[in-house]
Write a protein of this length. Structure first.
Length: 386
């Protein structure tokens, strides 16, 4: 069950979980001196960064770090440290961060740092979430400035930038959350364009990471339209004609029964970073992003997703993914284990599938639906209301 915190409780929670001034000494070496991970996600830099770190980025050499921190005196700050002298400096507030700053993201050449801020934007009558940037100078960073219109005309909670300057943006409009792109043409950002239904067939997609060459994009999305429903990581690849493959979930080793959000790949292309319930994890990236195709799912496991809507009254959608063609069966059982329905029992091709299950003939209550595929058996809960 998701936990919803009040603003005060939310801030106190993050203040208690760790102060960067009191974290452990940083070992020498790239990526805070951490031993490189393998193909299974591992907690990153435990005891060095706060236990809950919503977003973190490194330069391509792994020797300069920025992350979002929640101190007692401000809602958000950007912290930074570097290891260019051989030893890492202590984490301290970035020279350009004055509070209400979050979600740092570096350009692929490390020359520009983008971030989201609620600081006042000149000429705008209200505070909001806007994209700001600062440029690298010889020994410091420039004074940050907000991006001009049309980008600054939107509420944005996360930005990612390709090598050509194109921005991929997580845009908020009332309760709607979408991923848009703004192309950089002759030094000016163009009007934002919502990405295609190959991404937006998923509920509430957000927090994109775009590959430097725009060959693929990672992001997180909800299982249902409920803002507090479970979130998983997805990937989509650009086709030769410029369109995108239907987004597919990452493997069960990455997507679990808790929240996975905020994916990005390190500047050197080696590591995938992501958040699991606020905790930063990392792993080798190559097997996650190297395969392309219409069903660019870099995993060997089948996936069964939460039905939507849930609870449901009549029709509900059940989505599932098959890594290979094969026979699949989905059984719906009641609390006593009796079979109530058999909505799927047939050979299916590899890829994403969706069925619309009519619950009109079932009484209200709790049910369980199980997918059988090869040697996999995956079960989820369904609530029917009458």
């Amino acid at each position: 069950m998701k936990k919803i915190y009040s603003v005060i409780g939310f801030c106190l929670f993050y203040c208690l979980i760790g102060n960067p001034k009191s974290q452990g000494q940083i070992p020498p070496g790239s990526y805070l001196g951490q031993n490189p991970p393998g193909e299974v996600p591992e907690v990153f830099a435990s005891g060095i960064i706060p236990a809950i770190t919503p977003s973190i980025v490194f330069t391509s050499d792994g020797l300069e770090c920025f992350y979002t921190y929640f101190p007692p005196t401000a809602i958000f700050l950007l912290m930074t440290a570097n290891g260019y002298s051989g030893d890492w400096t202590d984490f301290d507030t970035a020279s350009f961060s004055v509070g209400y700053d979050q979600s740092p993201f570096l350009s692929p050449d490390d020359s520009r740092l983008f971030f989201i801020s609620q600081r006042p934007v000149p000429g705008m009558p209200f505070l909001g979430l806007h994209v700001w940037f600062t440029d690298r100078l010889s020994t410091s960073w420039s004074d940050p400035v907000p991006l001009d219109s049309p980008v600054r005309d939107y509420q944005i909670i996360k930005a990612s930038v390709a090598a050509n300057g194109n921005l991929y943006l997580s845009v908020v409009d009332n309760d709607s959350i979408e991923i848009h792109v703004s192309k950089l043409v002759n030094g000016f950002y163009q009007e934002l364009v919502k990405m295609s239904d190959s991404i937006h067939y998923l509920p509430r997609p957000m927090r994109p990471y775009i590959a430097p060459d725009e060959s693929y994009m990672l992001f997180d999305a909800s299982e249902t339209l409920d803002p507090f429903s479970q979130r998983d990581l997805f990937i989509t690849h650009r086709k030769p004609d410029g369109t995108w493959t239907k987004a597919a979930p990452l493997s069960n080793a990455i997507n679990t029964e808790t929240d996975e959000t905020t994916p990005h790949v390190s500047g050197d292309g080696q590591y995938l970073f992501f958040n699991r319930d606020g905790v930063t994890y990392w792993m080798l990236a190559d097997n996650v992003v190297s395969v392309k195709g219409e069903h660019a799912l870099l995993q060997s496991e089948a996936q069964l997703f939460q039905n939507a809507p849930d609870p449901c009254r009549d029709i509900t959608a059940i989505r599932y993914f098959l890594p290979r063609q094969g026979r699949v069966k989905i059984l719906v059982r009641d609390l006593f284990g009796e079979v109530a329905a058999l909505p799927v029992d047939e050979e299916k091709p590899a890829g994403n599938h969706e069925i619309y299950f009519n619950t009109a003939d079932l009484t209200g209550g709790m049910y369980f639906y199980t997918m059988y595929y090869e040697r996999s058996r995956i079960t989820r809960k369904m609530i029917i209301q009458k």
